[in-house]
Design a binder for this molecule. Structure first.
Ligand SMILES: O=C(O)c1ccccc1NCC(=O)[C@H](O)[C@H](O)COP(=O)(O)O
Length: 204
């Protein structure tokens, strides 16, 4: 079970996530979030992450050249596009040497027609609630038309108490969390990070 801990802003909580076995740590570059980091802070945090743990930058409807510039300066391995970015952005990111992840709200993914779903099939997908990072789960029934056939992450309102159950029900490749490992909005809690990763691994 791949586990991504998102919205990190301190060296201590990055270290806690890595020590607990996180597959990926995420840094929010989308403007307007209580979790937004600047590129200098992100570069410092990324420098403390060992090889083998993905360092993911989260962007939302930002110009792709700006995204690429930030990703390079911060030393990220992976770019997560969390807006309405086209498939061609994913192709370009890979061409520039980054792993790429595209977030959809579960409802938007369910509304894709068969041809659109096929087009997105080779991509890594994250299925989330409508408002990202709000700690709200989506209704699993939204996905009764099917989940992505390839690598996909479940997100939205996960926490140490519900992640094993929801992952066992939907069979994602991995899970992603932000609010559920915070003591207050934007403030990560090392103990909750450890509890979340241990609980997620139980669902594997
Ligand atoms: O976390 C944010 O504030 C955020 C802002 C703008 C775009 C994306 C954002 N987060 C993306 C994530 O990957 C979150 O981990 C995901 O939405 C789950 O969040 P939560 O429901 O709080 O666990």
């Amino acid at each position: 079970m791949y586990v991504k801990i998102c919205g990190l802003r301190t060296a201590e909580t990055v270290a806690a996530a890595v020590a607990a076995g996180a597959s990926a740590v995420g840094f929010v570059f989308a403007p307007g979030s209580s979790r937004t980091v600047d590129v200098e802070l992100a570069a410092t945090l990324v420098a403390g992450v060992p090889d083998g743990v993905e360092t993911v930058g989260v962007f939302r409807n930002q110009p792709l050249d700006e995204v690429l510039g930030t990703a390079r300066r911060a030393g990220l391995t992976t770019v997560q596009l969390h807006g309405r970015e086209p498939l061609s952005d994913m192709v370009r990111l890979r061409g520039e040497g980054f792993h790429a992840l595209r977030a959809f709200s579960a409802a938007d993914y369910a509304a894709l027609d068969a041809g659109e779903k096929r087009a997105w099939e080779p991509e890594r997908i994250l299925l989330d609630a409508v408002e990202p990072g709000a700690g709200v789960a989506f209704d699993a029934a939204t996905l009764q038309g099917g989940t992505p056939p390839g690598f996909w992450l479940l997100a939205g309102g996960l926490n140490p108490g519900n992640v094993a159950r929801l992952a066992a029900a939907l069979h994602p490749s991995g899970v992603d969390v932000s609010s559920g490992v915070e003591s207050s909005r934007g403030v990560k809690d090392a103990g909750l990070i450890r509890d979340f990763i241990a609980a997620a691994r139980l669902a594997a």
